[in-house]
Design a protein around this ligand. Structure first.
Ligand code: 13P
Ligand code: SF4
Length: 356
């Protein structure tokens, strides 16, 4: 174990946990002690994780929760993380807006972002003095990949004076070129906040089309798509509905318009969850990343979820072993160029202040 103090001059000065390079790797044997220490956590996921899998997960869960305290770290998990991460090691779970707000409130030294890279970047923007780690740097996003800062500058030249609203699913470079950010939870409110008749809402074409149905503001957009949500089709969903009478279909606004048209409700991941919690349908199909239904099923086993399993390959890069590595070795650290960060932070903070 690395000593948490270092000798300098007269007394031992405590090191900030985030400055430590590496800790010893914990023993990952499933013992009676590990079983007892994690039994209360298994209770949270027993309906979605078979007992045979728990002995593999439990040693990681215990080690991560201990290291978190040692590092004064907080784990933020997006709604698409798997149940053992979402329910057993995270301190806060939510949609991208909630995670951004929670990151801003945190007084931990270290933030471990269990989500994709743009979410970790957003946490870093709002917490420039904290160490922000992502367990796998390759956890990207097809929407974030679809547009660059240079593209936004060209759009500004082409549409002078038109406010630029960027979805948080973008890089810090893109946010830096924007007037304000939005998420799927607040996009309509953000678009209307300018009081003008035309707004650029980029890069998600389907989110923009969806917002356009809810406002009189003319929306200009971009051809970016989420590789997970664009795969759903109305025909496929109608087949599920025919096979399961009474099925409620709840869609994320990143889905194509034909899917939104047949859905019983459309909203951000947190709005979808709240809808299910409030309405408690007997059967539901969440037209979104597959793990979200598992996370709700863990709390509400009485709801039958039909799960067409579209997984986000980027979200699924985050695993218990990688979270543990992150905390042991303090990797991968997410950094943003300070000049870019200052402008990108402004766009994110404008959105957050609009919300509060
Ligand atoms: P939410 O903002 O609704 O959590 O969505 C983020 C995301 O990546 C959806 O694919
Ligand atoms: Fe990006 Fe889609 Fe994955 Fe969300 S689900 S992170 S929008 S690729």
């Amino acid at each position: 174990m690395v000593d948490l103090t270092h000798e300098s001059g007269a007394g031992a000065t405590p090191l900030r946990p985030s400055t430590l390079v590496s800790l010893d790797r914990p023993d990952l044997t499933y013992t009676d002690e590990v079983a007892a220490a994690t039994a209360h956590l298994y209770e949270r996921v027993r309906d979605v994780i078979p007992p045979v899998e728990w002995p593999v997960m439990a040693p990681y869960v215990k080690a991560i929760n201990e290291l978190k305290r040692e590092r004064n770290a907080v784990i933020l998990a997006h709604n698409y993380q798997t149940p053992e991460i979402f329910h057993c090691v995270s301190d806060f779970g939510g949609d991208s807006l909630q995670l951004a707000i929670e990151a801003a409130r945190s007084d931990a030294d270290v933030i471990v972002q269990c989500g994709v890279h743009f979410m970790a970047e957003t946490s870093k923007l709002l917490n420039p003095d904290k160490t922000v780690l992502i367990p796998d740097m390759r956890a990207g996003c097809s929407l974030a990949e679809s547009i660059t800062g240079a593209d936004v500058r060209l759009l500004r030249e082409r549409y002078p004076g038109v406010p630029v609203v960027t979805y948080v699913n973008t890089s810090a470079d893109v946010k830096a070129e924007s007037d304000i950010c939005c998420t799927s939870a607040n996009a309509v409110e953000v678009v209307e906040s300018f009081g003008v008749d035309t707004v650029l809402l980029i890069p998600d074409e389907y989110l923009a089309l969806n917002v356009a149905t809810q406002t009189d503001v003319k929306i200009l957009t971009w051809k970016g798509h989420c590789e997970v949500h664009e795969r759903f089709t109305a025909a496929e969903l109608e087949e599920y509905r025919d096979a399961e009478p009474g099925l409620e279909i709840i869609a994320h606004p990143e889905c194509p318009p034909e899917v939104i048209a047949i859905a019983d409700f459309t909203g951000s991941t947190s709005k979808m969850i709240n809808w299910v919690r409030d309405r408690k349908p007997a059967k539901a199909l969440l037209v979104t990343e597959c793990s979200m239904a598992s996370n709700i099923a863990a709390e509400a086993p009485e709801i039958k979820f039909v799960q067409p399993c579209n997984l986000c390959p980027h979200m699924k890069r985050i695993t218990l072993p990688k979270i543990l590595d992150s905390l042991v070795e303090m990797k991968e650290e997410v950094t943003v160029d300070p000049l870019v960060a200052e402008r990108a932070r402004r766009a994110v903070e404008r959105m957050i202040h609009l919300k509060s």
